[in-house]
Design a protein around this ligand. Structure first.
Ligand code: SF4
Length: 238
């Protein structure tokens, strides 16, 4: 299952490649078609009974995780007379509660890092935080529209995040929001293996990350419409 922005980026790239028609373009188009096929497979896995049962159990145990309840909670945070820093940290606190609630249901374990080889898109304020806590030099990126950011970020698919050290996140406590919302509701992590080529990876079934990512995006856009965002490796190329 790909999000709408990524799907849009893939479709645009695909039509440009097909128009170009060269050998390298044909190879890249083949990879993108495989990615779309994997998205169809992911959709089917999401609808499977074991995954749906896990989601039902999760919401019975944690009714506050229903999408409308989360939306209302973040709406209240967004309207508070508080700094953006305070609002963001409250959303991160919700993400942490979600991680705890999801823990008994996910296949993810310490040392499992396949997600950290994907197209990880972060905001500039998150990159600034990572630079502060890690001491690493950060590159400033220009503002680009989201579809451009996602399309350009796809070239990092399959490469390890610059903060991945021996298959563990070296900035775990300060990791970006997107790293907190992704997980797998499969029984085990074998289908996440990095031995499967990235273009054939099937996105695992998840509690919908958009429940948190979309309102977080809205919060950020309200604060700064033109905040640069990009793949984490673009901010930290060294
Ligand atoms: S910041 Fe940490 S959790 Fe996020 S992709 Fe990088 S290594 Fe993985």
């Amino acid at each position: 299952m790909l999000d709408a922005v990524t799907l849009d980026a893939i479709e645009k790239e695909l039509s440009a490649l097909l128009e170009d028609g060269s050998e390298p373009s044909a190879q890249r188009a083949k990879e993108l078609v495989e990615t779309l096929e994997a998205a169809v497979e992911a959709n089917q896995q999401m609808k499977s009974e074991p995954v749906q049962q896990k989601l039902r159990t999760l919401l019975e145990e944690h009714p506050w995780m229903a999408s409308d309840v989360v939306e209302r909670e973040i709406g209240v945070i967004a309207n508070e007379n508080a700094s953006i820093r305070s609002k963001r940290s409250k959303v991160i606190a919700i993400a942490n509660r979600m991680t705890e609630a999801l823990a008994p249901h996910v296949a993810c374990r310490a040392g499992c890092s396949s997600c950290c080889h994907m197209n990880t898109i972060i905001y500039e304020h998150e990159a600034i935080r990572l630079a502060e806590v890690s001491g690493r030099k950060m590159t400033r990126l220009p503002f680009r529209p989201s579809d451009v950011v996602f399309a350009e970020g796809l070239k990092f698919n399959g490469r390890p995040c610059p903060f991945l050290v021996e298959n563990r996140c070296s900035v775990y406590e300060d990791r970006p929001l997107v790293c907190r919302t992704h997980h797998s509701l499969r029984e085990d992590a074998t289908q996440c293996s990095m031995e499967i080529p990235t273009s054939l990876q099937v996105r695992p079934p998840m509690y919908d990350p958009d429940n948190l990512e979309l309102p977080y995006r809205e919060l950020n856009v309200m604060h700064n419409l033109m905040e640069p965002h990009g793949n984490i490796a673009e901010f930290f190329p060294d």
